[in-house]
Design a protein around this ligand. Structure first.
Ligand SMILES: Nc1nc2c(c(=O)[nH]1)N[C@H]1C(S)=C(S)[C@@H](COP(=O)(O)OP(=O)(O)OC[C@H]3O[C@@H](n4cnc5c(N)ncnc54)[C@H](O)[C@@H]3O)O[C@H]1N2
Ligand code: MOO
Length: 393
């Protein structure tokens, strides 16, 4: 069995990022920059006032001053400010030539064109001035290639002069739940049946990612039917199955993928939950066979499916975020598989919750973290720091 890290590396190596397209900024949020975003302008383009008040020369900071004009955002004052002169100025307006300091209006009184100090004088030149280029200069890379684009990044791109960005196109992802025992969520469920919870869980995990999801009703454990299903999906970027990944007589993902003309790249990872993951290829598609157990499907989707999507969409850093925190309890030594313990952060300490059974969703839902116990880790005493994945989904 291969390690989690090797499995991640091999899955990401299966396919290069997909083609790129130009999209409007709002559409770019939730994707990854396919090329460096370079500033087309300098921001601020000129020295600007950060406050409403009067633009003066610091050399005559004690006043009084005669007001010679006004500079507003979008309408600058074009003359020079000389000794003893001030320009009425507003937040975001260009600081006129000759002036170097803004005195806020709360600190002065004005009678006609005469302004006098009523509070303390400015202490240094440049007070309340935002200098040209203080945010970024034209030609600077403001967002590097491979960075995830959030709301703040598209705002920055807009400020840098862009109306569109180059990103990777959305992925075609097929989601197939397998198992004779599955019934649709909410439908009547006999005692030997089980609600198909993996489909909705995975669809929810992929929401917000650049994915066009084709979701199929549960497929029966029948080699011919599964083979046909695989064949029909070969034009997708990713085919995700759940269930049928193990070694039982009804676990048919491996033979069905082979019968459809696909290739198994590896099967089984030294991890718990989620051991029987199958990574493969079918035409241009990457196939990920996730285990049927709901917690196994969740953890393996977090560790392999989401990173694969991020990688194919150009992410420089596709793996899930790992953090560290002290464990609140002693943790026993573990075996040769990397364990992922359902846990909760309580007052900054990680405390395991419920049972770590790969079929039990209640403990997973109560958790907000997964403690990572790498293969063959020794006893860890309460108070020692351990790695964990925060659960945000
Ligand atoms: N002899 C062995 N048996 C098993 C092994 C093994 O190594 N040797 N591995 C175990 C491990 S670990 C896991 S994980 C499971 C994985 O099994 P499969 O991927 O083959 O999944 P199924 O057998 O089809 O189902 C397992 C379990 O999950 C339920 N299930 C399936 N699909 C869904 C769904 N869409 N939504 C909700 N629940 C689902 C299914 O009813 C079963 O209860 O194998 C162990 N066995
Ligand atoms: O590895 Mo399986 O996911 O324990 O149940």
């Amino acid at each position: 069995m291969i390690s989690v890290e090797e499995a991640q590396a091999r899955i990401l190596a299966l396919k290069e990022p997909v083609e790129t397209e130009r999209v409007a900024l709002a559409e770019a949020a939730g994707r990854w920059a396919a090329e460096d975003v370079v500033a087309l302008r300098t921001q601020p383009a000129r020295d600007l006032s950060a406050m409403d008040g009067y633009a003066i020369r610091f050399a005559d900071a004690a006043g009084p001053w005669t007001v010679i004009g006004e500079s507003a955002a979008g309408k600058q004052f074009t003359d020079n400010v000389s000794a003893g002169e001030a320009v009425r100025i507003f937040t975001g307006a260009v600081v006129p030539e000759g002036a170097d300091t803004i005195i806020i209006q709360e600190n002065v009184s004005r009678e006609g064109d005469l302004v006098t100090l009523t509070d303390e004088a400015p202490k240094k030149a440049g007070q309340n001035v935002r200098y040209a280029g203080g945010d970024f200069a034209e030609g600077t890379v403001v967002v590097p290639k491979g960075a995830e684009l959030h709301a703040r990044h598209v705002a920055l791109a807009a400020m840098a002069g862009h109306g569109e960005l180059t990103v990777h196109r959305k992925l075609k992802v097929a989601l197939v739940s397998t198992g004779n025992e599955l019934v649709a969520p909410g439908a009547r469920c006999a005692e030997d049946q089980i609600p198909a919870s993996n489909g909705v869980m995975l669809a929810a995990m992929l929401r917000g990612l650049p994915v066009e999801l084709s979701e199929f009703p549960a497929v029966e454990d029948n080699l011919e039917v599964l083979t046909q299903q695989f064949r029909a999906l070969a034009d997708h970027d990713i085919i995700v199955t759940t269930g049928g990944a193990s070694v039982g007589d009804h676990d048919l993902i491996v033979p069905a993928l082979k019968a459809a003309g696909g290739e198994i790249v590896f099967w089984k990872i030294a991890m718990r939950p989620g051991k029987p993951v199958i990574a493969g290829r079918l035409g241009a598609a990457v196939t990920l066979g996730l285990p049927g157990n709901p917690v196994s499907a969740f953890v393996t989707a977090m560790l392999y499916l989401r990173p694969l999507i991020a990688h194919l969409c150009g992410a420089a850093d596709p793996l899930p975020q790992r953090l560290t925190a002290p464990t609140g309890v002693d943790l026993a030594a573990n075996g040769p598989r990397t364990d992922h313990l359902r846990a909760k952060l309580v007052d900054g300490m990680l405390v395991p919750v419920g049972v770590n059974d790969s079929a039990m969703l209640a403990a997973l839902s109560e958790a907000n973290a997964l403690i990572i116990r790498p293969a063959n880790t020794g006893f860890t005493a309460a108070g020692e720091r351990v790695d964990y994945y925060p659960l945000q989904i």
